[in-house]
Design a protein around this ligand. Structure first.
Ligand code: PLP
Length: 477
């Protein structure tokens, strides 16, 4: 029975994990100690932790039971055989090599396929994926549709590959310089936006005759399958499992971070159909991860992942996950809080540029908003704006990205709608008193990936407190 637009949790609670209830005064101290950077706050100081959905999943009773069945033999563990059979059945690829997490698979794939001077087209970059491509001498070229770069463009498959951009690139550099096309399903950095089945089919049809491989970043493939089912009429009657398998039939292999859609806390894998590539990958994995039958994972981790893969294709699970994102977004939008549309599969993004429009980008509006949200209610989020973008290596100046966002990432099966009400209400309260919030200055800047460890101090509020617009208190949906 469904009583609202948002289906209730398709699970019940067997084990609970108490979370910290803190006072505003305590949070103010924790925030100062952390240099106003949410990455530097301790987990135990957070009430609702929306920093990331990576590895933060709650495993099921069946997965925990599977952990006790770990076969920790050095070679040929039965849990590997279970994982191998499961991936073959649900994803359809011939070969699988486990890795410690997604980037382990990206490292192997990039080393095996890329020569210096190659070009790897992709539907927007992901940090670790692009880093490994570049480390091996390739140039990444973005071939996502233009709408993906516009925070307000409301199109159903905002992660699609622009086939004309891809064709033009192939004509320019020649197919022999393109080791593979990397297609992410869904696109994390575009806000968890999906790729349509039609588009996946078309990319495959364009590449296969030219001998160009298509490799998926399958990290969020189940979320993508849900969007296909609900937005692509020709797939409406297919199950998530059928859609997933068809999606994968348009790829020659994939990298996978199990910490996302495989519902585990650690793990990943690399898949391929090509026997020769598998042969080379099983030689290389020994150097970086371990034997091809464990790749940096314990037997129990592989068992949990095999079980997670089976659970992940349950329609009610994925429907609820996506509905949680939609619920939070709908509550925020109803109160006029600026967010990115459409809502993707794993997070809601606050548009900090619009939220704190009196704070110049050089005073870090998104970083400020993330800090203030923590102070308000103990909700931890992540900056995705000028701090994350880093500096231009040549000029030394900040990169100034168009999007200045705060990511509220929803862990899988961890929080309830009541938690999301707290998150929404805190954002709404902050929005009402946004004119009282001043920017920040950076007082410590590390050399690399500065967003992880940079420290800040608040600046005085410059603008005379303009009367804040009235924000209507939210009625229950
Ligand atoms: C998390 C992620 C990765 C990297 O996976 P790790 O398990 O964190 O190494 C790659 N691609 C996408 C889209 C991701 O979200």
């Amino acid at each position: 029975m469904q009583t609202t637009n948002y289906p209730a949790e398709p699970y019940k609670i067997k084990v609970v994990e108490p979370i910290a209830m803190t006072t505003r005064q305590q949070r103010a101290q924790y925030l100062r100690d952390a240099g106003y950077n949410t990455f530097l706050i301790n987990s135990e100081q957070c009430y609702i932790d929306l920093l990331t959905d990576s590895g933060t999943t709650a495993m099921s009773d069946k997965q925990w039971a599977g952990m006790m069945l770990g076969d920790e033999a050095y070679a040929g563990s039965k849990n590997f055989l279970h994982l191998q059979a499961t991936v073959r059945e649900y994803y359809g690829f011939k070969h699988i090599i486990p890795t410690h997490q997604g980037r382990g698979a990206e490292n192997l794939l990039s080393r095996l396929c890329i020569k210096p001077g190659d070009v790897v087209p992709g539907n927007m970059y992901f940090t670790t994926t692009r880093a490994h491509q570049e480390l091996n001498g390739a140039k990444f070229v973005d071939i996502i549709i233009d709408e993906a770069h516009d925070s307000q463009a409301d199109v159903p498959f905002k992660g699609n590959v622009d086939l004309e951009k891809l064709q033009k690139l192939i004509d320019e550099v020649g197919p022999e310089r393109i080791p593979y096309v990397c297609v992410a399903v869904t696109v994390n950095l575009a806000g968890g936006q999906p790729v349509s089945m039609e588009n996946l089919r078309a990319v495959h049809a364009l590449c296969a005759p030219l001998g160009i491989k298509v490799m998926f970043d399958a990290t969020r493939c189940v979320e993508n399958a849900y969007f296909i089912k609900t937005r692509e009429p020709s797939c409406a009657d297919k199950s998530i499992r059928e859609i997933l398998k068809e999606m994968m039939s348009y790829a020659d292999g994939c990298t996978m971070s199990g910490k996302k859609d495989c519902l585990v806390n650690i793990g990943g894998f690399l898949c391929m159909n090509d026997d020769k590539l598998y042969q080379r990958a099983s030689e290389l994995v020994v150097l970086f991860e371990g034997m091809p039958s464990y790749g940096g994972l314990a037997g129990r981790d592989m068992e949990a992942m095999a079980r997670g893969i089976k659970e992940s294709v349950d329609f009610h699970y994925i429907e609820h996950r996506i509905a949680q994102c939609r619920y939070l977004a709908d509550r925020l939008e109803a109160a006029g809080v600026p967010i990115v549309r459409p809502v993707g599969g794993h997070a809601v993004f606050l548009d900090a540029r619009a939220f704190l429009d009196h704070i110049p980008q050089d005073e870090f509006p998104a970083q400020t908003l993330a800090a203030q949200l923590y102070l308000e209610s103990g909700v931890r989020s992540m900056e995705r704006g000028i701090v994350s973008a880093g500096r231009n290596k040549e000029t030394g100046d900040h990169h100034r990205p168009k999007l200045e966002l705060v990511r509220l990432t929803i862990p899988r099966r961890v929080y309830t709608y009541a938690h999301l009400d707290v998150v929404a209400q805190s954002c709404i309260n902050l929005y009402a008193r946004r004119r009282e919030i001043g920017g920040m200055k950076m007082v410590y800047e590390p050399a690399f990936l500065r967003f992880f460890t940079a420290r800040f101090e608040p600046l005085p509020v410059k603008t005379p407190a303009a009367p804040a617009e009235r924000v209507t208190e939210l009625e229950t949906a």
